[in-house]
Design a protein around this ligand. Sequence first.
Ligand SMILES: CCCC/C=C\CC(=O)SCCNC(=O)CCNC(=O)[C@H](O)C(C)(C)COP(=O)(O)OP(=O)(O)OC[C@H]1O[C@@H](n2cnc3c(N)ncnc32)[C@H](O)[C@@H]1OP(=O)(O)O
Length: 291
Amino acid sequence: MKMALRACLRTKPGLTALLSQLSCSGHAAARRAPALVAQRSSSSTSQKIKVDFDQSSGVAVMHMQSPPVNSLSLEFLTDVCIALEKLEMDKSCRGLVVTSSQPKVFSAGLDILDMYGKSPEHCAEFWKAVQEMWLKFYGSNMITIAAVNGSSPAGGCLLSMTCDYRIMADNPRYSIGLNETKLGIVAPFWFKDTMVNTVGHRATEMALQLGLLYSPAEALKIGLVDQLVHEDQVLTTATETMTKWLAIPGILNISYTCHFFHLWCCNLVCTICSCVCQVIAAKKIHLSQDF
Ligand SMILES: CCCC/C=C\CC(=O)SCCNC(=O)CCNC(=O)[C@H](O)C(C)(C)COP(=O)(O)OP(=O)(O)OC[C@H]1O[C@@H](n2cnc3c(N)ncnc32)[C@H](O)[C@@H]1OP(=O)(O)O
């Protein structure tokens, strides 16, 4: 699925334009962008994101450093999008590892304080930033690996699922999953679709209906993560794994993408049809009650 968006971005200038319109240009441009210096190794830091880029390997590591739990606030999401945009523009950067600088937590998901009691304008901007993060990761031209070195509920799980590969710390105290139902929230359809593309329909159905959070071992079993390693090895394993992925010529990825893009389009059409059917059904019920 991620590959599909990537192919689409490569082949359809229209979508690229659409994505760049959706991109950080509004709120993000107003913020100071961390610069990536063209040298062998460089480091750029915003308040909440630190990016180390090794030019010799073409791999960048994005450290999320927003205490206490890397919750996805508007400010945090904006910094992530700016950093991603910068890396994307640098054609020498081919791989990205995302990890957390916070102990025990990869990301706690959407910042609940940024969603509660805020103006409609703030909520709209916040929600746009969430979608933008998803689009930028899923549509990235880079190979992306999530080094999940702590718990990763809800939006944190979504973030990891937008990556090509997930390595999680093998610590039973950590958990990962889309637990929105437990919070009394319905996960948006694109959260659901991202999970379907990762673990399949049945596992997603169970996970979402019950709002399940999985231990690392359970997550590995259903394919929510791809590999478990000792806590201290998460980042090194991610960079080693990246070498394998980058050894595959990018062109081969593209051929898979066409197939996945087709599936993604079908899925979107089905979702739209199902929404229309629900509206028609609701109207019919309403009319039949009138008579
Ligand atoms: C219409 C919307 C559709 C989309 C819907 C949902 C998507 C989402 O992502 S909603 C967010 C869901 N997130 C969660 O349910 C996670 C809740 N947090 C936790 O489970 C734990 O905090 C976590 C396992 C991440 C870490 O546990 P601990 O290490 O034990 O830390 P604490 O629980 O003590 O938390 C420390 C500190 O962080 C604050 N916190 C935690 N999560 C969030 C969050 N998502 N947003 C904002 N703040 C968060 C927590 O309140 C503590 O604050 P203080 O009490 O001030 O120290």
